[in-house]
Design a protein around this ligand. Structure first.
Ligand code: SF4
Length: 393
């Protein structure tokens, strides 16, 4: 692991974390960055605004408020990205409103496809040159968009490519929504094998810790799930927000009263190891974060997804499977085991198949539902923990 997160005024004091590699244990400082470095803000976009705010913005530009609804219909329902297609708006009005409310936010700088073209990773460049990524994955029965919530990440998990690059900045609501809209356009226009389709699921599992960019992420969830034409009209139940365990933010999310799924990246059932693998654990321990997760499950009625990257000889021992099983049994939960994706320069690797099978068997013996996640996108560095690897060159 290299702790490359730059100290900023917002940096939290380093917690002493231990990094296990090749059976050795080495002390390294793990810095957590909660507040993003100050940078210029992306231009305002229709998708940053609520319906009422859009009408106000249009009125402030000297136009009738109903024009805001027309713009929304083009952007969210018809997925238009060229103002010239918005022919129900007079040309002069259209150009002025588009310049003010539909600025171009994201430019694709690279697209990589694998799995026969059904997995598509896009590297985006924002207005300030910042790079981040999204991944579109089409399956026979659904199409999932994995979006980034931050450029980089301040949580410094040592096995994760994004964490090693540090946090550059928070994305705006519209920059997040635009990743989904771009995926929706790609599918609607039949650019993915299988014919024209729709995005059905959204996972906030790209670059960044979503709950560290709380306000923009909640705004994006609302825009994604608001019924058309106010938003993209995707069901809240089809949205998953992941976190490494920012307990106060999980509690705040529960209070929003939404039915999005919470995915908790646990990766270890004991504080000793989790302090190393997920440095935020130095702040909020396993017991606290699971309590917050169960409260979220109670409030939302949704099963919590426990994400657990299986790392050979680090967290894949049978006794840890039993400990995890004891912690989770009886709760509204599902475990996603993720075979660790190799990241450049990392000595850590995926568990042996027999250890993975034994881990699954022991969790099931405790009555805990478990699946092993597929490794979609691995060839293009689009799998979990690999995002950001490709943005460095
Ligand atoms: S695993 Fe998630 S929270 Fe941890 S550094 Fe990577 S992106 Fe950030």
């Amino acid at each position: 692991m290299s702790a490359t997160t730059e100290p900023t005024a917002a940096a939290e004091p380093a917690a002493a974390a231990e990094t296990a590699a090749e059976g050795t244990v080495k002390k390294t400082p793990a810095k957590l960055v909660f507040a993003a470095p100050r940078r210029a803000k992306p231009p305002r976009h229709l998708a940053d605004l609520t319906t009422a705010e859009r009408r106000e913005a249009v009125a402030a530009l000297g136009e009738k408020p109903f024009r805001a609804d027309q713009l929304s219909r083009h952007y969210f329902t018809r997925l238009a990205d060229d103002p010239a297609q918005m022919t129900d708006l007079p040309a002069g009005v259209r150009d002025r409103l588009a310049a003010e409310l539909l600025p171009s936010l994201l430019t694709p700088v690279r697209e990589l496809a694998c799995d026969g073209g059904t997995t598509l990773k896009t590297v985006w460049k924002a207005f300030d040159g910042v790079l981040f990524e999204s991944v579109l994955m089409r399956y026979p029965d659904r199409a999932t968009m994995c979006v980034s919530s931050q450029a980089g990440c301040g949580m410094n998990c040592p096995f994760c490519a994004t964490g090693q690059a540090g946090l550059t900045r928070n994305l705006s609501t519209a920059e997040i929504v635009e990743q989904v809209a771009a995926g929706a356009r790609t599918l609607a226009r039949g650019r993915v094998p299988g014919g024209p389709g729709r995005v059905s699921n959204i996972v906030f599992m790209g670059m960044g810790e979503p709950l560290a960019n709380y306000k923009a992420v909640i705004g994006a969830v609302r825009r994604i799930t608001d019924p058309a034409p106010a938003g993209l009209g995707i069901s809240q139940r089809s949205v998953t927000v992941s976190t490494v365990g920012l307990v106060p933010a999980i509690e705040k999310l529960a209070a929003e009263g939404m039915s999005v799924r919470l995915a908790l990246s646990l990766h270890a059932p004991d504080d000793e190891l989790r302090d190393e693998l997920v440095p935020i654990n130095n702040r909020w321990k396993v017991g606290e974060v699971l309590d917050a997760a169960w409260a979220y499950a109670d409030r939302s009625g949704r099963r919590v997804s426990i994400e657990y990257a299986l790392i050979k000889d680090v967290n894949d021992q049978a006794w840890r499977a039993d400990l995890l099983g004891r912690l989770l049994r009886g709760h509204l939960v599902h475990v996603n085991l993720i075979p660790l994706n190799p990241t450049p320069g990392s000595k850590w690797t995926a568990s042996r198949p027999q250890d993975e099978r034994e881990f699954v068997r022991r969790l099931e013996a405790h009555g805990v539902p478990v699946t092993v996640r597929d490794t979609r996108g691995r060839e293009i560095d689009g799998a979990c923990g690999q995002l950001a690897a490709a943005t460095k060159d």
